[in-house]
Design a protein around this ligand. Sequence first.
Ligand SMILES: Nc1nc(=O)c2c([nH]1)NC[C@@H]1CN(c3ccc(C(=O)N[C@@H](CCC(=O)O)C(=O)O)cc3)CN21
Ligand SMILES: O=c1ccn([C@H]2C[C@H](O)[C@@H](COP(=O)(O)O)O2)c(=O)[nH]1
Length: 283
Amino acid sequence: MNQYEQLCQRIAEQGTWVTNERTGIKCLTVVNADLEYDVGANAFPLVTTRKCFYKAAIAELLGYLRGYDNAAQFRAIGCNTWNANANENQAWLANPARKGTDDMGRVYGVQGRAWQKPDGSSLDQLQKVVNNLSQGIDDRGEIITFYNPGEFDLGCLRPCMHTHTFSLLGDTLHLTSYMRSCDVPLGLTFNMPQCFVLLALMAQITGHKAGKVYHKIVNAHIYENQLDLMVNEQLKRAPFPMPSLSINPDIKSLKDIETWVSTDDFQVHDYQCHPPIAYPFAV
Ligand SMILES: Nc1nc(=O)c2c([nH]1)NC[C@@H]1CN(c3ccc(C(=O)N[C@@H](CCC(=O)O)C(=O)O)cc3)CN21
Ligand SMILES: O=c1ccn([C@H]2C[C@H](O)[C@@H](COP(=O)(O)O)O2)c(=O)[nH]1
């Protein structure tokens, strides 16, 4: 059993039932989980005990890096994950800040690329980190945070993977990523490869070796309507060896990521997996 399945098992065996107001579905929950991905060794953390959709996960990450704020933009690059939160969540539909169909508001990428400053201008957190790392600078604050409590009411959902901190040790770049809330059967299968790709891409465009990702999760949960599939189906399957990932070496800058990069620039090798499982999604 590897780290993903161990976390699932831990929740199943030791979790506490917690009611969730927002979705109305209770969750079996643990606090504090640490996952680690070795990007330097190219061990791509794609779950093998069910078929996972890494192209959609990478597309979602590309959308965040480009500062997208609309589910149609995500769909256009092969990612459907924001349709429900943008268009079916009653609280967001009733929010006067919502600009219409598919609008997600000031979430993730908007905060990462255009954090609103008091003087009316905006701050591009990602560009600052790229500039520093490209010059070999780690000021011990190479942080991109999407967590802006003053603007929660302007977005459809608070960010779950909310902060990414880069650390440069010699010529090797590492990443520590923080997550406040984790849907382990669904969201985490996207978030693990996303953290890996984020470090791999940042190392590639800033000219460093990629080291490790340290993924720190606070609230890790399985929704009640997902538990039976997890315990009686997925956890009965034996994991396969981890696949690897290759990234188009022509990707050399943040501009490249913003302009022409697509999911076709990422190839997964040796992905042997069990059949898909359609887990229910809580809006
Ligand atoms: N309840 C909930 N769980 C989440 O994981 C989650 C949210 N809400 N809201 C915001 C984003 C959207 N995310 C999502 C949304 C949908 C899938 C999903 O349906 N995945 C399926 C099919 C993927 C595909 O076909 O592309 C899967 O089997 O992984 C995954 C992550 C992650 N986040
Ligand atoms: O990248 C993501 C985004 C979202 N999630 C999950 C975690 C929760 O189940 C929901 C968000 O609900 P909150 O009420 O805002 O905590 O989405 C994820 O796992 N990964």
